[in-house]
Design a protein around this ligand. Sequence first.
Ligand code: MG
Ligand code: MG
Length: 248
Amino acid sequence: MINIKSPREIELMAKAGDIVYQTHQYLLKYLKPGITTKEINELGEKFILSKNATPSFKGFGGFPAAICISINEEVVHGIPGDYQLQEGDIVSLDIGACFQGYHGDSGWTYAIGKISSDKQYLLEHTKQSLYEGINQVKPGNYIQDISRAIEIYAQEHKLGVIRELVGHGIGNQVHEEPDIPNYDTHHKGPMLKEGMVIAIEPMLTLGSKAIVLEEDDWTIATKDRSPSAHFEHTVVVTKDGFRILTGE
Ligand code: MG
Ligand code: MG
């Protein structure tokens, strides 16, 4: 069942979304060569708690940390640890926060120092693919319109589209119905209605779309070890379009 949120619920989700956005902005200044992913996680967790919120992903399905941190060929669900960021890395932070029972969810991929032009291309166009999807959000459109816009944009830019991982509805659960694939399933899927809140999150690669589960049983990486990027916003369907709840 797809939950339609009341105005009160949407305002709580906007608060949760703003905390997620602020956490990204706060952590951005620490993303320098030498910091470990474990240190980033600890800073992020403290920041979220300081905003009277809790990290949505800590313990979610058994995930052992507050923030998912995925480097280079890692796509999502990376576990923070002793790895030190290096010049030229790209690092994806996937952050969720729960405020008064409602979640916000946003992932973003950042460059560490100077990165290769290929990685720059990947970041720029994965981010744009997210906005191509978001621009389809309005009452009367279908989930398929979002999926198709992302896939078409990715294909035009010769980027691989990961299929196994999808966007989702969000509310007082981090993952609610409906699924939001980043490729055209050739089904319309549910119609978008005012008050639906969804997380749209393309995951694109510079190589093939095939993925593997790493030995830690959490981290998803590209099979061909090509770099991957992930951009995600939580968005509410409004009367005549959308409002992004997790930043700009
Ligand atoms: Mg996320
Ligand atoms: Mg998500």
